[in-house]
Design a protein around this ligand. Structure first.
Ligand code: NAD
Length: 518
């Protein structure tokens, strides 16, 4: 995904004016350039003439420096009582609230999503910060009876150590916060590397940490390429944990690197999420859910509703209404409040999405019911705009119904029964989110129980997670961990079991003490 911006960086080198803002890495409490002095340019995907700034193109040496700073800060931070850590993190939340409008505009400018969605992203970071900071007064362990008299047994959470956080561009402040704040409340120190396309929103989050008084070295920011800076993080022997969100393809590389050195690895990856629409559904409500799920964030959500599995009895009505709604969506610069669908992230994304639209048109019986074009006339010509696109009569095994397109494209798949719909919903390599529209509670619960995903919605779209519930997926989407909720604490802390024998004598465990035997 980063290639397009890198290419631009080279091309635009000559045209860069002295006014291009230069941003820095944040290492050990200092704002510093990359040791090699290279840069990554950040441009607005709605108008590539708009240069947001240049960010350090960090090397392995920069990552090593950041890890050393995190190591230096670790003892001080883990010995800071968790309620005190929480007080600092609450201040981060206050700063995010104070500057929410600015962060929102920054995000729309660097990532493209419409202002309301960018505001939602910042709000999610605020919610996550308050919620996770609240754990500073809980971080509950447990006590349990011991097998022997005069012996006490308990379990406490301990920090993992130094954590490497690698994040994608589609939720450029929310996802970094989902990782960073829980990591910090657990007493870890972190190095974070945001996606190449959206360093500014993570920079804003780290700035808020600095202002809130997070001690030097506890949070370190390195920007740059995944294949260089990200790779060095996954390989770095001192980073005990890598928390990654991104594509399934990259996630596998991250997992391999972590397996090689036995590092803890948490992965949140791609999705191919289905909405099932039954014959008793409120069709208008289902259409609204499908439009929001398929075209919100220009379809660039891991939870996007990219498959709509619709009962034959309502198939025609649903498809007709969906196409009408998709055609009515206003595509444009997300900074314009009248716009419904912003640009996609970069030129690579345009090429990938257009390739899938071509594949869809060539595949079997699918019909391109609306959309299917890149918009290039007038102001569109300066950005990465694609029409909201609907394929109908799609078969479940077609590539457009199997692979993650990550753009404003959705497939309508006819079905004759709930059992078949569930089978289709489960018939992909991913398992993040699924939904059903029905008025029948039995059908709703059956679908909830039989779909193999980490998230399920009844009479709502596949998108719309809340920070106090666990978030993550099965199969190709994840590796068993969950972010958000209190479950995220299980990623960023390790259990220590503690036995206290106050009998004053040797009491042996793990031997057979039972008199009856022998
Ligand atoms: P990506 O895999 O291209 O990049 C993600 C991050 O990994 C970036 O910071 C990138 O620089 C880094 N990276 C790339 N190569 C690396 C390497 N070899 N070693 C270490 N790091 C490397 O993903 P993307 O295009 O930024 O994001 C889109 C993907 O993210 C989609 O597949 C989407 O479904 C997924 N996503 C998943 C969730 C979830 O919670 N399940 C949430 C958001 C996005």
């Amino acid at each position: 995904m980063a290639q397009a911006k890198k290419a631009l960086a080279k091309k635009a080198g000559a045209s860069r004016t002295a006014r291009t803002k230069s941003f820095s890495n944040y290492i050990g409490g200092e704002w510093v350039a990359s040791a090699a002095g290279d840069w990554l340019e950040n441009r607005n995907p709605a108008d590539t003439r708009d240069v947001i700034g240049r960010f350090p193109q960090s090397t392995a040496a920069d990552v090593d420096r950041a890890v050393a700073a995190a190591a230096e800060a670790f003892d001080g931070w883990r010995h800071t009582p968790a309620p005190r850590r929480a007080e600092i993190l609450y201040r981060v939340g206050e700063i995010l609230m104070r500057d929410k409008e600015k962060y929102t505009r920054d995000m729309t400018r660097e990532m493209g999503k419409v202002l309301k969605e960018a505001g939602g992203d910042v709000q999610e970071a605020i919610d996550c910060t308050y919620y996770a900071a609240g754990e500073g007064r809980r971080l509950h362990g447990f006590t349990t009876p011991a097998e022997m008299p005069n012996k006490f047994a308990m379990c406490v959470r301990q920090p993992i150590g130094l954590c490497g956080l690698i994040t994608p561009w589609n939720f450029p402040m929310a996802i970094p916060s989902w990782k960073m704040i829980p990591a910090l409340i657990c007493g870890n120190t972190v190095v974070i590397k945001p996606a190449e396309d959206t360093p500014l929103s993570t920079y804003n989050l780290v700035k808020a940490c600095e202002e809130a008084g997070v001690p030097p070295g506890v949070v370190n920011l390195v920007t740059g390429d995944g294949a260089v800076a990200g790779r060095r993080m996954t390989d770095h022997p001192a980073l005990r944990l890598i928390s990654f969100t991104g594509s399934t393809e990259t996630g596998r590389l991250v997992a391999l690197a972590c397996a090689d050195r036995n590092a803890v690895c948490s992965l949140e990856m791609g999705g191919k999420n289905a909405i099932i629409v039954m014959d008793d559904a409120d069709v208008d409500n289902a259409v609204e859910g499908a439009v929001w799920g398929a075209f919100g964030t220009s379809g660039q959500r891991c939870t996007a509703s990219s498959r709509l599995i619709v009962h034959k009895k309502v198939y025609k009505e649903f498809s007709r209404k969906l196409v009408a709604r998709a055609q009515a969506l206003r595509v444009g610069n997300g900074a314009d409040p009248k716009v419904d669908v912003g640009p996609v992230i970069n030129q690579d994304a345009v090429q990938k999405i257009m390739r899938y639209i071509e594949i869809g048109q060539k595949e079997d019986q699918a019909t391109l019911a609306c959309g299917g074009h890149r918009l290039t006339k007038g102001d569109y010509g300066h950005g990465y705009f694609i029409e909201p696109t609907v394929f109908t009569d799609v078969a479940p095994d077609m590539r457009i119904a199997q692979e993650e397109i990550f753009g404003p494209v959705t497939s309508v798949i006819p079905t004759k029964s709930l059992d078949e719909a569930v089978e289709i919903a489960n018939g992909v390599q991913y398992g993040l989110s699924a939904a059903i529209y029905t008025q029948d509670v039995n059908r709703a619960f059956q679908a909830m129980n039989e779909t193999y995903t980490g998230i399920f919605y009844v009479n709502a779209s596949t998108i719309g997670a809340e920070v106090h519930l666990p978030f993550g997926g099965t199969k190709g989407t994840g590796n068993g961990h969950r972010e958000a909720g209190t479950q995220v604490l299980d990623i960023f802390s390790e259990w220590k079991s503690i036995y206290v024998d106050y009998s004053g004598k040797l009491q042996r465990a793990q031997i057979d003490n039972k008199k009856a035997i022998g």
